[in-house]
Write a protein that binds this ligand. Sequence first.
Ligand SMILES: *[C@@H]1O[C@H](CO)[C@@H](O)[C@H](O)[C@H]1NC(C)=O
Ligand SMILES: *[C@@H]1O[C@H](CO)[C@@H](O)[C@H](O)[C@H]1NC(C)=O
Length: 251
Amino acid sequence: MHMNPFPAIFAILHIVTHVHATHPAGRYPTRTIAGVSVIDTPLVRAAHDLARDHGDVHIYRHVMRSWLFGAIMIGRNETLSKTIDLEVHAVSVLLHDLGWDRTSNSPFVSPDRRFEVDGAIAARSFIRNHRDGARWEERRVQLVWDAIALHTEPRIAWFKEPDVAAVQKGVGMDFEGPGFGVTSEEYNAVVGEFPKQGFRNSLNQTMIWLCQTKPRSTYDNFIQPWGDRYVQGYRADGNEQVFDTIFLNLP
Ligand SMILES: *[C@@H]1O[C@H](CO)[C@@H](O)[C@H](O)[C@H]1NC(C)=O
Ligand SMILES: *[C@@H]1O[C@H](CO)[C@@H](O)[C@H](O)[C@H]1NC(C)=O
């Protein structure tokens, strides 16, 4: 389970460790991945390894692209650079899809919760159980929880803390293309290092699996169309039940 199935990827990452970068929460070591400078702490490395070991290679690459897009966006924007906690950002993005872990007996996937909530709960316990994370103040843990729980809800996430919004925007760019100050050249360089090939099918199968295994967690969000189109017997009547219940309990 915890072996590294993609050693070749790491051989070509051109990882360079740099001196410390300035940051609101202090000074952090950095490294360069696909031309992008990112925070490099033991906690971030552990989050990276956890993501790599609990998702297929396509999901892993999606996670890495989302991190790098977000890091470019933050680095380009003075306001964001001054406000966003880069370690909170990194840990949130790296762990945002733990709820997609289809390895058997995944410790993260529940039988009933939305996958975003599974990821948020998993990330919170990962932080608390890590030597350095155990010393985090509660607000940082809360930001990670919120950023992961809301990463598919831009209509909420964009109006929360900048850290929460940044996670959603970085992830969103993987689907919607470059934006928020990220140029096409930078975008393509990241995609070149972590190619998208295979993600389409992996994503498709993962969404279908969620609709099959816990349909109730998919009715009121972006996953529902997979159930409607591809899953026999799927009925997204959850919202109607909510509607009925509301009026049932109002005189
Ligand atoms: C920096 O980010 C903030 C928050 O998202 C945004 O309002 C602002 O327009 C950005 N600034 C630039 C120069 O892109
Ligand atoms: C998703 O998977 C289903 C079932 O395997 C398949 O019929 C469908 O064509 C796939 N959709 C896309 C967009 O790849």
